[in-house]
Design a protein around this ligand. Sequence first.
Ligand code: BDR
Ligand code: CA
Length: 315
Amino acid sequence: MSARPLIIDCDPGQDDAVALLLAFASAQEFDLLGITAVAGNVPLARTEDNARRIRDLAGRPEVPVYAGCPRPMVREPVSAEYIHGETGIDGADLPEPSRPPESAHAVDFLVDTLSAATEPITLATLGPLTNVALAIVKNPAILANVREIVTMGGAIGLGNVTPAAEFNVHADPHAAHVVFEAGVPLTMIGLDVTHQAIATPPRLEAIRALGTAPSSAVCGMLDLYGAKNVEAYHHGAPMHDPCVIAYLLSPGLFEGRDMRVDVELAEGHCFGRTVCDLHGRTGTAANARVLERVDADGFFAMLIERLARLPMAPI
Ligand code: BDR
Ligand code: CA
């Protein structure tokens, strides 16, 4: 099996960081062409810096990191330090990145790489969809070379950042609208799924027991992120973004259905909500596969097995 060409767009973020480590640890499955950073959990200057720190931690300094959009398309910027801490990866305690980001803008990297692709490329999106939407707006022809988009965002049910909306979609609903309307195979991994994948104390202990620098950073981050989630949402650390990478590695761990999803763009209580037509009430063709369930034990077994493959340098 040849490795699948993949670009990860992200806003690290502790759970983005774990997702990146899972992808780095899966070099046989993924040909990781680049990482694009976007403003989201914390400002862009932090997210792109964090992506480079994680890349170094994984022992993969050759993977290019591109800085993208510093703000959403239309709405005023929002961020989530209340969950991720001031740096976005509080608890990881990582050294300065070994080298700078690439000089190209993330949107240009997406457009140029997809335009030149000889094999369709998968996009894994872990943050607000600003970079991906702007690439589509800049050159819609790139969509012909997108194999699929797997996005962490939205929810069938409740939101997290507001009662109705999930953070990534709420942070740039107009960008999410562009992506959901793009007409490429799209898998939505929303809160209904990611809240089933909680890093409970026994699961964290199993990661800690690996005794490596990456496992120590993961536990440092998830201890803090879990505590913030308990404060805000009364549950431990949900593995939102790692679910995207886990789905690409092992789709059989997940169950879902095709349905129509629209993004609420009117400002008000439901701004940024993903309106999921669970029962086919609109009679409109599906534009997404919406995942609903994950085998959480299977997910954590894979995550732990993969993290164990990362550099063994003891802490
Ligand atoms: C999403 O928002 C961010 O806080 C997380 O990194 C994740 O991508 C969850 O709503
Ligand atoms: Ca994220």
